[in-house]
Design a protein around this ligand. Structure first.
Ligand SMILES: C[S@@+](CC[C@H](N)C(=O)[O-])C[C@H]1O[C@@H](n2cnc3c(N)ncnc32)[C@H](O)[C@@H]1O
Length: 378
């Protein structure tokens, strides 16, 4: 039988070199039950979210810790300090047993450390208490009326939200467990999408019969939403990089949306003979609005990546401006909270609406803006 906590420690060790979701996905073949898979994700995501706090506790109790032992300590301490349903003695016992597999003498060390760290009070440092990097807190300090609420939301376990496919769903949908295993998902009755992400396609207000362009489409959450709002009529041209566009094709097929045409290409340079009536640029970004759903981002992102993302976003917007018909609508959106990434200042365009949504315990944060191209614009 697979030991879920041992697997969690292994995935966490691997996540230091790759994305946590890729490391988790690699365990799909491990033969886990639905319940164990959910526990594995909860442990890995939980440790990732609270990693700085957990490491502070560990480092207060020991000067040096073997990297594999650290993963077992993180997993155990996360359960002890943040989960109510797992008895403390069970979490400690399991970590002690797993530590024996690393070295026999680690067992006593792990036992003593966990008993001490379990009740240690946390320091005043906001970064340690809420498990965020200091550079990000310094950026956010003074920007949000309630910064602590944002930080708390980043550590929340967000609900899975569903967007029914109006062309296929017959009844309201509620699910339990992994949607990939649900026959209604396979039958294209719904898409799993964050509630804030669901607000982007309606802002573009695509009409049946229009030609709509989605310049950064994969995996297709918003492309398919646009196509559904259009009632399957007209055309949504979906562009993304060659190694990603297949995901959109797969979503369109699953949802039975024949009005999506996929194009592998670079959104900063792609061109079409016919201009589009409406364009969505859902740009690649720093992802600082989705830290709860992507818990390793806060540790992998560097401050200079924000300027890099803003440069690419600018090129995508400039190309979108060229591809839009006069009087056409442009929606620009990101999953970022950063000011450098969240504005539309294209010559000849008028911004009609812009919203920055902060993350909550129910949905992610993000930015979206609607702009209209004037008759002589861009
Ligand atoms: C925020 S994601 C898009 C999410 C998508 N709109 C959805 O709702 O499912 C950004 C996407 O931009 C794509 N991307 C990055 N650079 C690009 C480029 N130069 N041209 C087109 N797409 C690009 C990435 O591959 C990624 O799929």
């Amino acid at each position: 039988m697979t030991n879920v906590r041992a697997l969690a420690a292994r995935v966490l060790l691997e996540s230091e070199r790759r994305f946590v979701d890729d490391a988790l996905e690699a365990q799909r073949g491990a033969g886990l039950s639905r319940r164990d898979r959910a526990l594995l994700t909860a442990l890995v995501y939980g440790v990732m979210r609270h990693r700085r706090t957990l490491d502070w506790l560990i480092d207060r109790c020991a000067a040096r810790v073997h990297p594999e032992i650290r993963q077992h300590l993180r997993v155990a301490l996360f359960q002890v300090r943040y989960l109510t349903r797992i008895p403390r003695h069970a979490a400690v016992h399991e970590a002690v047993e797993l530590a024996k597999g690393v070295s026999r003498k680690s067992a006593g060390f792990v036992n003593a450390l966990l008993r001490k760290a379990a009740d240690l009070p946390l320091p005043d440092s906001l970064g340690v208490r809420t498990s965020h990097p200091d550079w990000l807190l310094q950026r956010w300090q003074g920007r949000f009326a309630d910064l602590e609420a944002v930080l708390e939301a980043d550590n929340a376990v967000l609900p899975v939200s569903l967007r029914p496919n109006p062309l296929r769903a017959k009844a309201p949908i509620e699910i339990e467990g992994d949607p990939a295993a649900d026959p209604r998902f396979q039958a294209g009755e719904y898409t799993v999408q964050d509630a804030t992400a669901m607000l982007v396609a309606p802002l573009l207000d695509p009409k049946p019969g229009e030609r709509v362009l989605d310049l950064c489409a994969a995996p297709g959450g918003k492309t398919t939403h646009l196509a559904e709002i259009m009632g399957g009529k007209g055309l949504v041209v979906a562009v993304d990089l060659p190694d990603r566009i297949g995901l959109v094709e797969e979503s369109a097929r699953r949802l039975g949306l024949a009005n999506i045409r996929c194009v592998a290409g670079d959104g900063t340079r792609v061109s079409f003979v016919e201009p589009s009536d409406a364009i969505l640029v859902d740009a690649p970004c720093s992802n600082t609005g989705v830290l709860a759903r992507r818990p390793d981002v806060r540790w992998k992102l560097r401050e200079r990546d924000i300027a890099g993302a803003a440069g690419l976003q600018r090129l995508l917007l400039e190309n979108a401006a060229r591809l839009l018909t006069p009087g056409g609508r442009l929606v620009y959106s990101t999953c970022s909270l950063e000011q450098e990434e969240n504005h539309v200042d294209l010559p000849g365009f008028r911004v009609v609406k812009e919203v920055l949504t902060l993350p909550t315990a129910l949905a992610s944060g993000g930015y979206r803006a609607l702009a209209v191209k004037g008759a002589g614009g861009a």
